[in-house]
Design a protein around this ligand. Structure first.
Ligand code: GLN
Length: 484
């Protein structure tokens, strides 16, 4: 079935004219019609627009055009601006807002020929680890619909895992690509901070946010990274580094590469089956010729605390723009203050309010130095831990998440438990380095995917991708499909 193909498989078939882009798009839409009632990966999808884009791609193909994503259906997290499509961030506060422009990453996908469609479900404003914080209702994990798909990009991960699209985009501020990719059994990549422009990404925590791909294999992740990367004058934090040909880095030869195993990552809450799968993956890397080196990241213990100060501080500033005046929903009041508070009170969900209150508190005078400033200093120590480790090793290996997918509702009443599920993913964002999650096994009963995380040097995506590719070539975990 066309919807099950990878980007490289589909583009090969399209180039040979075996199939049409319309057939590929239709096959994804048929799949959505069949399974999305159970999964709810999509908040909405505009089928007529998707098919019109596919038809345009078919015309280009018939004219002999060659573009890396020509005719490939790619689904988009509801936090990225796509011209003339709704943009809600899974919140009520944006009302019926329609995006007037394309994010740079979207512009680049379209220029590469992709069929950009759908609004993937997520935690409201990307705050969460389970996609339960969506104002549109939760997404369900395709491997077990009583369980969460991870978050905040849970809709994107579930859509790829259930073959409702060929690939998807998500965003990662503290793990929101890697953790749902792990829990849904697909590949998820968070690029180095500054690799992909954030223009047109609704900001949660601007110093941590990055856009990245969800794919069915590592080669597709390399392809999408290559298309979306590059300097952009509209995002001053995007870095003017040349964009390598990431696919060319996938040789599968990793002999002599040094892979760091942080001793701090053997934490209490690590599920024994996850540990066993990661241990087996480390063995596999040794067989493949990599050298395993024990390393230390001594400030790991502080990462979750630092993240929830920095991220909430930035969120409280970024979300000030949702005031009911400029755009989105409005609840009227007798004066502007009442209008703001009524609009924000009705428009934001509980988790978003919790973060705004926390973030405003850590920035307020009298507490700023004790919390925010201190957290920034510890953030530097965390980054230095990584830079020091990377003097010794080429990449670092860890579990992506301490457990497989948990049950819907299991942690939603306990924010601290939920925050702790980000323990392995958060420090990567604080340090600004790159990370990827790839499938590395399953729990037994129930059978749920387990993810392996590789962390790479700043702008070290090529080596990290090649390490991921070598493992993927030597295993078949990524080929398993959820029975939905
Ligand atoms: N789960 C983390 C949080 O709730 C990370 C979210 C993200 O990466 N967007 O903030």
């Amino acid at each position: 079935m066309l919807n099950q193909l990878t980007i490289s498989e589909l583009t090969a078939k399209l180039a040979q004219r075996d199939v049409s882009a319309r057939e590929a798009m239709q096959s994804c839409l048929d799949r959505i019609a069949r399974v999305d009632g159970k999964i709810h990966a999509f908040i909405s999808h505009d089928d007529a627009d998707a098919l019109a884009q596919a038809d345009a791609a078919d015309q280009e193909i018939s004219r002999g055009a060659k573009k890396p994503l020509l005719g490939v259906p790619i689904a988009i997290k509801d936090v990225l601006a796509v011209k003339n499509q709704p943009l809600n961030c899974a919140s009520k506060i944006l009302g019926k807002f329609i995006s007037p422009y394309d994010a740079t990453a979207i512009e680049k996908l379209k220029a590469a020929g992709a069929v950009v469609f759908g609004r993937c479900n997520m935690d409201e404003f990307a705050m969460g680890s389970s996609t339960e914080n969506s104002a549109f209702g939760p997404t369900h994990n395709p491997w077990d619909i009583t369980r969460i798909p991870g978050g905040s990009s849970g809709g994107s991960a579930a859509a790829v895992a259930a073959d409702e699209c060929i690939a998807a985009l998500g965003t990662d501020t503290g793990g929101s690509i890697r953790q749902p990719a792990a829990l849904c059994g697909c590949v998820g990549l968070k690029p180095t901070y500054g690799r992909i422009s954030r223009y047109g990404l609704v900001a949660f925590a601007s110093s941590l946010d990055q856009i990245g791909p969800f794919t069915k294999d590592v080669r597709d992740a390399a392809t999408l990274l290559g298309v979306m990367s590059g300097h952009d004058l509209r995002d001053s934090t995007s870095v003017p580094q040349p964009v390598p040909d990431y696919a060319r880095a996938l040789t599968g030869d990793i002999k002599g590469l040094k892979l760091g195993l942080p001793k701090e990552y053997l934490i209490g809450g690590l599920d024994p089956e996850v540990k066993a799968a990661v241990d087996a993956a480390v063995k596999k890397y040794q067989e493949l010729g990599a050298e395993i080196v024990e390393i230390s990241l001594p400030h790991t213990d502080y990462a979750v605390a630092v993240y929830y100060i920095v991220a909430t501080a930035e969120a409280s500033a970024n979300l000030a723009r949702f005031d009911g005046i400029r755009y989105g929903a409005r609840v009227d009041g007798h004066d502007p203050i009442e209008l703001y508070s009524q609009t924000r009170g009705a428009g934001f969900g509980a988790e978003v309010k919790r973060r705004i209150i926390l973030g405003t508190y850590v920035l307020s005078s009298g507490y700023h130095d004790a919390y925010y400033l201190q957290a920034q200093k510890v953030r530097t120590l965390i980054r230095n831990d990584f830079l020091k480790a990377f003097e010794q090793v080429d990449a670092i290996v860890t579990p992506t998440s301490p457990t497989a997918a948990f049950k819907l509702g299991e942690k939603s009443g306990d924010p601290l438990q939920m925050y702790l599920s980000d323990i392995f993913t958060i420090s990567c964002n604080l340090a600004g380095i790159c990370g990827i999650s790839i499938p590395c096994g399953f729990t037994q009963n129930p059978r749920l995917p387990i993810g392996l995380q590789l962390l790479g040097k700043p702008f070290g995506e090529e080596t990290m991708l090649n390490l991921a590719y070598a493992f993927e070539q030597a295993t078949s975990w990524h080929k398993e499909k959820a029975a939905i």
